[in-house]
Design a protein around this ligand. Structure first.
Ligand SMILES: *Cc1c(COP(=O)(O)O)cnc(C)c1O
Length: 438
């Protein structure tokens, strides 16, 4: 009798010893799914072990995708695929109080009336950046969109052809400008744009002069661009708005090897009307877009209906608030991105040595270079310490990845770069390497 009764009960599958380690809600879901599939293709023979193996396979695929921590040994501190900036645990603890409780998010404790959700942060930004006004949105892409849509809708924005960039994930400046309902007026060439190019392009339709940080690429050889200082003066003379999309940008206390020729938020603010940058790149906090600038312009942004759609949650505000407090208290070690980027080579060597001494497999300690990442500073690198492993690099990369250790391949060697490995991960890194099945 080729009956479907040959199938075991779902209950008996879920309760099977071989699935003991898996969460109940998943076992139950995948048991039903697998049994239904097998019943559909039923050829008259089935045994429980085959079904259990199928269920286990599905469970493993599901759990591998689950949101989990990894060790970033790629050397890239702001790694977009690995979550950009890491929040320090002490900072997380500080946020917990306001997140896991009712709060004064939009409530004025002084007069008992409705308050502004951005108020607390704005007060701190005014001290940190010496800005007139500020606004927070979901990310910098949203900031660019909101600024252009609020300040240049149905008018023209002037941008250098050398700065019409594509950031990772399909963010293309010309398309964002168009989507914001703004006309793009391109000036200059890919490699050279002069002040007179901007000057000649100004017309009745012009509303805004845009400067964009190239972020993820650099131009070598013959090139020239116009500084924000000059663009700010030109915009003012012609009653236009000057806006700088800084992309990443830095705030305070960053490794001097990286800061050369890189715009610092506070300085740039002196030369343009409005600027924006990502909160989870060099600023080292959570995903958000920070907009700073003239009060009258930020007011226009506040009045835009879009702001309601781009507004951030209290969790974001809590994290930004604590990161900003750390900057103000010069407690830079609490900002993981800064701590890692500022780490001295001698300390990186100590971290690498500790791991090398405690793992069973052989490795070679070397110095090398690491990139900053996050679409920032493509032309700059930092000295670093790596452990290189002998053997097939691709196979090693996969074996380490199975243990959630993400390294990189350099000169045909699989390597772990200690620039992006935090001190408090070393013990777990050693443990995981010693568990490797090589
Ligand atoms: C990264 C970047 C963006 C996008 O910022 P997100 O916070 O990732 O949305 C926009 N413009 C520039 C120049 C950037 O570098």
């Amino acid at each position: 009798m080729n009956s479907l009764r040959a199938f075991p009960q779902i209950q008996s599958l879920v309760q099977d010893e071989s699935l003991k380690a898996y969460p109940f809600y998943l076992k139950s879901h995948f048991s039903k799914l697998v049994v239904a599939r097998l019943k559909k293709n039923f050829k008259g023979q089935i045994d429980k072990d085959t079904i259990l193996k199928e269920i286990k396979k599905e469970l493993d695929v599901f759990l591998r995708k689950d949101f989990q921590s990894v060790i970033n040994a790629s050397g890239v501190v702001i790694h977009t695929n690995l979550g950009r900036s890491v929040i320090d645990e002490s900072l997380f603890e500080a946020c917990k109080k306001s997140i896991c409780s009712y709060s004064n998010l939009e409530f004025d404790l002084q007069n008992g009336k409705r308050g502004s959700r951005y108020g607390a942060l704005l007060d701190k930004f005014k001290i940190l950046f010496e800005c007139e006004d500020a606004l927070i949105v979901n990310n910098n892409a949203a900031a660019v969109f909101l600024v252009l849509n609020s300040l240049a809708f149905a008018k023209e924005v002037i941008s250098s052809r050398g700065e019409l960039v594509e950031i990772g994930g399909g963010f293309r400046m010309p398309e964002v400008i168009k989507a914001a309902g703004v006309k793009l007026c391109e000036v200059g060439t890919s490699n050279k744009t002069h002040l007179k190019d901007y000057e000649n392009a100004i017309c009745e339709e012009s509303a805004l002069i845009l400067k964009t940080h190239r972020s993820n690429f650099s131009i070598q050889g013959f090139h020239s661009e116009v500084s924000i200082e000059d663009l700010g003066v030109l915009a003012k003379k012609n009653e236009l708005i000057s806006y700088y999309d800084l992309g990443s940008s830095w705030c305070e206390n960053l490794n001097t090897k990286l800061t050369k020729n890189e715009p610092q938020v506070k300085k740039i603010l002196k030369y343009c009307d409005i600027l924006s940058f990502s909160a989870d790149k060099l600023f080292g906090s959570v995903q958000a877009g920070i907009i700073l600038g003239k009060k009258e312009l930020i007011e226009k942004l506040r009045k835009n209906q879009l702001l309601r759609m781009l507004r951030v949650d209290k969790t974001t505000l809590a994290f930004l608030n604590e990161t900003t407090r750390a900057y103000l208290e010069k407690d830079y070690d609490k900002i993981t991105t800064l701590r890692l980027l500022n780490d001295e080579l001698a300390h990186l060597e100590n971290k690498a040595l500790k791991v090398q001494k405690n793992i069973k497999i052989k490795s070679i300690l070397k110095t090398s270079k690491s990139l900053v990442g996050g679409g920032s500073m493509p032309d700059k690198s930092l000295d670093t310490c790596i452990l290189a492993f002998e053997g097939n690099a691709l196979i090693l990369q996969e074996k380490f990845r199975e243990k959630n250790i993400i390294g990189r391949i350099e000169n045909d060697f699989f390597v772990l770069d200690f620039r992006s490995i935090r001190e408090n991960e070393l013990d777990s890194l050693i443990l995981k390497i010693n568990e490797l099945d090589l």
